[in-house]
Design a protein around this ligand. Structure first.
Ligand code: A3P
Length: 285
């Protein structure tokens, strides 16, 4: 049986969305100064960013988020669809990427393009990923939750180890070209975060538009937006009887799934790997 993943420098990328050509396209991509990237480890709020960013950058025009699927609206630069849609995009081009910092295209480093890095509590990332592996037929079955804790800690998951990803982007030498935010901050205060994004991107937004954006980007509204809830994907590819893409949209769901032993082991391993880095571990509660 063909392996479901492509191996890129030790990172697992699902073949359904990546190819040797798409990786070449990514590596040779010419980044423009006004490009904007949202960078995430998988299951950390990518789809959410694909909803928020277009609304900020086009002054609250809701047409794109209601008419264009998220993967074409704000494409993944490393995925096969990027080559198909990127040329048609008008500046500022918005894109997402799951790539670690060191693998970004050379032109990214020499450009003035901005990046927003969204990190999420790794325990909730693991839970979200566990259910995603159950419903996405293009990924390996996750096994039991206990087995998946080990798979996750070993980095045998999409785009490698969570700790490597956050460490690589934390030490990014981008000055004021990068903004760090957490999924948990977005859950707690989406309005404040959207305001931070618009300030960072130099976009003025009226209070009224801000309110509309926040309301449109709520979990419940996004769940009903066919352009963002993955309902366009055939059932054979994403089995919604097993789980949904926009599943719970909360912080702390890990408490419903980790045993005390799993939690202890997981936290110890993550803390050990983050030791010596300047990354806080703001997810203790
Ligand atoms: P859960 O599985 O915990 O619900 P990504 O887009 O990076 O794959 O991340 C998917 C996760 O982000 C899912 O988490 C999904 O529900 C959550 N998400 C997407 N849109 C959201 C929103 N508007 N509010 C809260 N969470 C959201």
């Amino acid at each position: 049986m063909e392996c479901k993943y492509l191996n890129f420098h030790g990172l697992l990328l699902p073949r359904i969305a990546h190819s040797e050509e798409s990786i070449k396209y990514f590596e040779n991509f010419q980044v423009n100064d006004d490009d904007v990237f949202a960078i995430t480890y998988p299951k950390s709020g990518t789809t959410w960013m694909q909803e928020i960013l277009p609304l900020i950058l086009n002054g609250g025009d809701f047409t794109p988020v209601k008419t264009i699927p998220n993967w074409d609206r704000v494409p993944w630069l490393e995925e096969t669809r990027a080559a198909l849609v990127m040329d048609k995009m008008t500046p500022p081009r918005l894109m997402v990427s799951h790539m670690p910092y060191e693998f970004m295209p050379p032109s990214f480093f020499s450009s003035k393009a901005k990046a927003i890095y969204v990190a999420r509590n790794p325990k909730d990332v693991l839970v979200s990923s566990f259910f995603f592996h159950q419903m996405a037929t293009f990924l390996d079955d996750p096994g039991t939750f206990d087995e998946f804790v080990d798979t996750f800690l070993a980095g045998q998951v999409l785009f490698g180890k969570w700790t490597d990803h956050v460490k690589s982007w934390r030490k990014a030498d981008l000055g004021d070209r990068i903004l760090y935010v957490t999924y948990e901050e977005m859950v707690k205060d989406l309005k404040g975060v959207v305001r931070r994004f618009s300030d960072f991107l130099g976009q003025k937004m009226s209070e009224e538009t801000l309110e509309q954006v926040v309301s449109h980007c709520s979990f419940n509204t996004m769940k009903t937006n066919a352009m963002s809830n993955y309902s366009l994907v055939p059932q054979e590819v994403m089995d919604t009887k097993k789980s949904t893409f926009l599943r719970k949209g909360i912080s702390g769901d890990w408490k419903n799934h980790f045993s005390p032993e799993q939690e202890e082991k997981f936290t110890a391993a993550i803390r050990e790997e983050l030791r010596g880095s300047n990354i806080p571990f703001p997810w203790d509660e």
